[in-house]
Design a protein around this ligand. Structure first.
Ligand SMILES: Nc1ncnc2c1ncn2[C@@H]1O[C@H](COP(=O)(O)OP(=O)(O)O)[C@@H](O)[C@H]1O
Ligand SMILES: N[C@@H](CCOP(=O)(O)O)C(=O)O
Length: 321
């Protein structure tokens, strides 16, 4: 469960006086997510999500995230809209945390996505990439190669507690990726965390994307590798080529990938698998027992990383190159 910060009813009512959000009827903490504290609010107007920004979110980045949601929504991407305060600001303070109200998005995330859903996610990601082209603000990816090294330094000494031999394996992987990471591919605004729990569906129809708090400027094809990792593997660790094919076709129906992007897909997928392995490993080693958050398994991403090491070309993901 991710409610790191408690709020009192009085404080919340006071916070709401800054907005034209109606009168509070009820509120409850949301059990999902790992980064921030989220609450569902019912008022005499539309339902809202209240987010209190926690440890890994830099306050200076919030105008980028909230502005991006506004920009994408205006560009036809279905995503939550931040509600401005009466003074026009998108951000307030509650329980000593930066806090925002965003619109409630109908739908639910899929526990068992199928190939047809992967196709929709591919399309939606490509639409987001296109809609983000003229977004003026910039945010470098703090979780690319240099950021991975910093994260790794914090976990390295204890990595073998999770699996013997990890210290050597991951150090070598980082060296490899630092040397071979592609530089000349198309860049733009990427979501960077488009996992199943961040995509809502109503029936089989994709109703929207949420959780833009890792969004940044980086290689567009890196974002494709993230969804490939997050959506196209089965619980037993096997890659599902039918899902991969559907996802890549969906993406390319909106934004075709260049030959260089396709060639780079295996190494980008190694990188994105490593990125999620490293944040999970850090959380695994540092989250106190009994904390109200579900820890995610780092080894799931180690297995994906090892899979991508064996891939010789993007054709093996389900696409003729
Ligand atoms: N705009 C929204 N509309 C509906 N539900 C939302 C919205 N934003 C967040 N949620 C709910 O809160 C949960 C956690 O949100 P998320 O942004 O993924 O949190 P975190 O950043 O902490 O990972 C989601 O799984 C969803 O249930
Ligand atoms: N998707 C990441 C963790 C970030 O969680 P989210 O709730 O913000 O999507 C992972 O699976 O490691």
């Amino acid at each position: 469960m991710a409610v790191y910060t408690d709020i009192s009813e009085d404080d919340l009512k006071w916070f709401l006086t800054e907005y034209d959000a109606g009168t509070l009827l009820s509120y409850k903490g949301i059990a999902e997510g790992v980064e921030n504290s989220n609450f569902l609010l019912h008022t005499t107007k539309d339902p809202l999500i209240l987010t209190l920004y926690e440890k890994r979110v830099e306050k200076n980045d919030l105008p980028f995230f909230l502005g991006l949601m506004q920009h994408l929504a205006a560009g036809g991407v279905s995503c939550p809209l931040p509600l401005p305060r009466k003074d026009g600001a998108l951000l307030g303070t509650l329980s000593d945390r930066p806090a925002a109200l965003i619109s409630f998005l109908e739908g639910m995330w899929l526990r068992k996505p199928e190939a047809k859903h992967c196709r929709e996610v591919g399309k939606a990601l490509a639409k987001m990439h296109v809609a983000g082209e003229d977004f003026a603000l910039k945010r470098p990816n703090a979780l690319s190669v240099d950021g991975w090294k910093v994260l790794w330094e914090k976990s390295e000494a204890r990595a073998d507690e999770v699996e013997k031999g990890l210290q050597n394996e991951i150090s070598a992987e980082l060296d490899f990726l630092a040397t071979h990471w592609p530089k000349d591919l198309p860049v733009g605004v990427i979501h960077a965390d488009l996992f199943p729990d961040n995509v809502f569906f109503l029936g089989d129809e994709l109703s929207g994307l949420i959780d833009f708090y890792f969004a940044c400027n980086d290689l567009l094809a890196y974002d494709v590798s993230i969804i490939l990792n997050a959506w196209c593997f089965e619980k037993d660790g096997a890659y599902n080529i039918t899902k991969g094919m559907a996802m890549l076709e969906g993406y390319q129906s909106v934004r075709p990938l260049s030959d260089a992007e396709l060639t780079a897909l295996p190494i980008l997928s190694r990188g994105s698998a490593l990125r999620f392995f490293l944040t999970r490993l850090f959380d695994w080693l540092t989250t106190p027992e009994g904390a109200l958050v579900t820890k995610k398994d780092p080894l799931e991403y180690l297995r994906k990383l090892r899979f991508h090491r064996q891939i010789a070309s993007a054709a093996e993901y389900g696409l003729a190159v």
